[in-house]
Design a binder for this molecule. Sequence first.
Ligand code: 5AD
Ligand code: SF4
Length: 469
Amino acid sequence: MTKTVYIKTVGCQMNVLDSEMVIADLKRHGYQVVDTPDTADLLLYNTCSIREQAEEKTYSALGKLRDTKDRHPEKKIGVLGCMAQKDQEVIFRRAPFVDMVVGPGQLHALPQLITNIDSGEGRQMAVSLGRTEGKQAVVARSHETFDPLRDPSMRPTPFQAYLRIQIGCDKFCTYCVVPNTRGPEQGRSPVEILSEARILAEQGCREITLLGQTVNSYRHRGEDGDTDLAALLEQLHEIDGIERLKFVTSYPKDMTERLLTTVRDLPKCSPYLHVPAQSGSDAVLKRMKRGYTVSQYMEMFERIESILPEAAVSSDFIVGFCGETDEDFQKSVDLIERCRFKNSFIFQYSVRGGTKAAERLEDDVPREVKAQRNNELLAVQNRVAKEGNKKLRGTTVQVLVEGPSKKAGKADEDASIVQMTGRTHCDRIVVFDGNRRQAGQLLDVHVDEVTSHTLIGRVRTVELVSIGL
Ligand code: 5AD
Ligand code: SF4
C-alpha cells in the first residue's frame, strides 16, 4: 500500500529547497504527498531557528499533534531542519510523541530512520556535528546535503527553481544561529552545480536562483583551479533553456567589481541584488561583527550603482539589537533613505542560544521599542519603495509569469481572464489581467500603476492577440 507524507515548511529558501529534496527522496521510497496532516502516515515539519518566534510557532504546531498521536500511534512525526539541529533532545523533551529529529545536514538519512523505527528501534535522531565537535573537515562533511534529487512538483512553480551552491556560513555575525545550525561554509563543486542546472533546464525550468548564506563569497577549490561566483555564472549562462539567473543572499564585503561586471555583461543575470545592511550605525555593526562600516557599505552600494545603474537592491535590517540607541536607529532610517532599497526585510532582534550576542551582550531594548522601530523603519522603506516604483510607471517591463495571483482565488477557477502575477528581471512583483495559460511565459507588460510592493500593468496588445485573448 502507498504511504502518504505531509510536509510543512517554514523559514528561508534553503528550507523550501530542502523540503523539495526530502520529498523527491521519499517518493523514490514509495511515498505520495498529501496536503493535510489528517490523511498522512508521515508528518514532517521542516523548521527554522532564526528567531524565537519561528521556533515557538513550530512548538505550538507540534503541541497540537499530541492528540493525533494518541489516536493514531502508527503515524510518524518528524522534526527536520535548523531547529532539529539546534534543539536536538530538547524537542523530544518538549514533544515526547515526536519520532524523528533530523538536522539539515542529515536529511538524506530520513528513509533509513523510518526503517529503523519500523524495525522497533524506537525514536531516532540524526544531527550533524557541532562546530567544535571534531576537525573542520569532519564537521563540514557531517553537514553535507543531497542536492541532485529534484522534484518539480514540490516547487512553487515548475519553471522556477532554487539551486544550492553553498552550504553553511563562516561569518559568525554575533546575533546569528546559522553558522551553528548549517555548519561551516562549503562551496559545492561546479561540476555538480552545472549538472543539476542542466537537469532543471530539462525539467522546463527557466529561472534559477542560486542559494547560499553568503552566496557571493562562493568559492570552490578544485584540481583545475578556483571557481568563484562570477566564473560559475559564466558557465551557467551557457545552458539552453535557462533564461534568468539570480543569486541570494550576498554579503556586502564580497560584492566585487568582477562579480558586478559579470552580472552586467551576462544578459541572463538578473540586475537584482539582495545585500543585507542589518544596521546603519557603525557602533551596532561592530557589535554585530558584520565586518564593515556604513561608509564601506555605501562604497559597495555606489559600486553597484555605477556598474549596474538599473539594478534593484534589497536589504535586511535588524532593529533593537543589543545597545541600539535612538540615534543608532535613526542611522538605519538614514541608510534606507540614502540607498532607497527596492525592499527590506525588517526584523526585531531575538536572542539566539549559542551565539556570541547571547553570551556577551545584553538584550536591553524593550519589546515595545523594538516593535515601534520596526513599524517606523517599515514605513520609511515602504515610502522609498513606492517612490522607486513610480519611476517605472508608463514603462514596459518583461515579466516571467508565475500564475494566478492570490486575489484571483478559487472563485475565479473557471474564468477566462484572471489576475496573474509574475516578476520582472529585477525581481519586482507585477500583477495584470491575463490567462492561466500564460504561466511560465516571458511577457512584456505595460506598467499603469504602482504600490510599494507591486507594479500593476497590462499585457501589451501584441501578446494579447498572439495568445488569443
Ligand atoms: N534576530 C533577528 N533577526 C535575525 N536575523 C538573523 N538572526 C536574527 C536574530 N537573532 C535576520 C537578519 C538576516 C535575516 C535572514 O534574518 O537580518 O539577514
Ligand atoms: Fe548569519 Fe551573518 Fe552568516 Fe548571514 S552572514 S547567515 S547573518 S552569520
